[in-house]
Design a protein around this ligand. Structure first.
Ligand code: ZN
Ligand code: ZN
Ligand code: ZN
Length: 349
């Protein structure tokens, strides 16, 4: 297996290497010890990340060396190499040129079970990420005010994400009024108005490398009745999906549990995305909670449950929690209320 910088390298070694044009590559033989090929000037960072302590030998290369030939010499007589799914094409082709007789395939299928089934430690990291982002949602009432722009609110939220213990802000979505109907809208200069529903979907990366992702929908003052009606449907759908989670049920059945509630209320056409995605060292990873995915859930899988209802040009709503499959059911890692959070527009604190 040949693993260049990215989530697989981080997962396997704890080394958060920055992807560069210079080649860094973990070489994992089917038998025997792994080796890390790295530019000489990156060797101290790899050592500091504890790569050597794992029993992985580090092969630094000098500026005029050919690192691809060095990897080929470590691969020796192997007939097949499995490449990290995220490896860039330039490196894939350079590796092919360095060992034209070796067949290339993807490492994803070899690593997917390891990455998808979280260990007790990984779940603890995700739980801490969940608590951190919950703490940010608890402060949204201080930031959302009529007359402020989504960007102003978003800047406050980004600061709060870092203050809550994240090392990096991954995304801040503040979709007010009609912008809430676009699931991946980020921030705009639209000013929040009294009566706006506001979708707030936020996440970051903790120092552990594990990620948070949670959505709540707020109402600034009195929201339209049409909105509060479908918000109640959404709340039921999200809860139905979460309570359907346990080992042995399929990923698509969790999607169906949310979708059937929304369909029955007549909003099926307005639920325009899958119900969820796995999360770990990446915000979107396997398993995907989507129709057609008959993967059976197993204890240790972590994913989002985030149905939404979007009325184009008007407003929208989404509720998103990260959940973990336990041996006999489900644990939610986000625990702020699902009730519509109405913010008093006259309050100025
Ligand atoms: Zn998304
Ligand atoms: Zn989200
Ligand atoms: Zn999500």
């Amino acid at each position: 297996m040949l693993i260049t910088p990215g989530p697989d390298l981080l997962y396997l070694t704890g080394y958060h290497a920055i992807p560069l044009e210079r080649l860094t590559c973990l070489v994992v033989p089917a038998d025997g010890d792994a080796a890390l090929v790295a530019p000489g000037l990156e060797v101290p960072a790899a050592e500091a990340a504890g790569v050597g302590a794992l029993g992985i030998s580090i092969h630094g290369w000098a500026e005029t060396d050919n690192p691809y030939a060095l990897v080929a010499s470590l691969v020796r007589e192997a007939g097949i190499v499995a490449l990290a799914d995220s490896m860039v094409a330039a490196k894939v082709l350079a590796l092919r040129d360095a060992m034209p007789q070796v067949h290339q395939q993807l490492a994803g299928p070899l690593l997917r079970d390891l990455r998808m089934i979280k260990s007790v430690d990984e779940i603890a990291h995700l739980r801490a990420a969940g608590r951190a982002i919950d703490y940010v949602h608890e402060q949204i009432g201080d930031f959302l005010r009529p007359g402020r722009t989504e960007r102003e609110v978003g800047d406050d939220i980004a600061e709060a994400i870092l203050e809550a213990g994240h090392e990096r802000v991954d995304f801040v979505i503040v979709g007010s009024g009609p912008n809430g109907a676009s699931p991946h809208h980020e921030l705009s200069d639209r000013r929040i108005e009294v009566g706006d529903p506001v979708v707030v979907d936020i996440g970051g990366t903790m120092p552990s490398g594990y990620r948070s992702d949670s959505t709540r929908t707020y109402a600034v003052g009195h929201a339209p009745e049409e909105f509060t009606n479908y918000y109640r449907v959404l709340q039921k759908a999200q809860e139905a999906a979460v309570s359907s989670v346990r080992p042995g049920v399929t990923a698509e059945s969790v999607d169906a549990a949310a979708r059937s509630v929304i369909d029955e209320a007549g909003f099926g056409e307005q639920f325009i995305h899958r119900t969820g995605h796995g999360i770990g060292l990446e915000t979107h990873e396997e398993p995907y909670i989507v129709k057609g995915n008959n993967e059976e859930l197993r204890a240790g899988m972590a994913f989002s449950v985030e149905p939404g209802i979007y009325l184009s040009g008007r407003h929208g709503a989404r509720i998103e929690d990260i959940v973990v499959v336990t041996t006999d059911g489900v644990e939610s890692l986000n625990n702020t209320t699902h009730d519509l959070l109405v913010i008093d527009p006259s309050f100025s604190g």
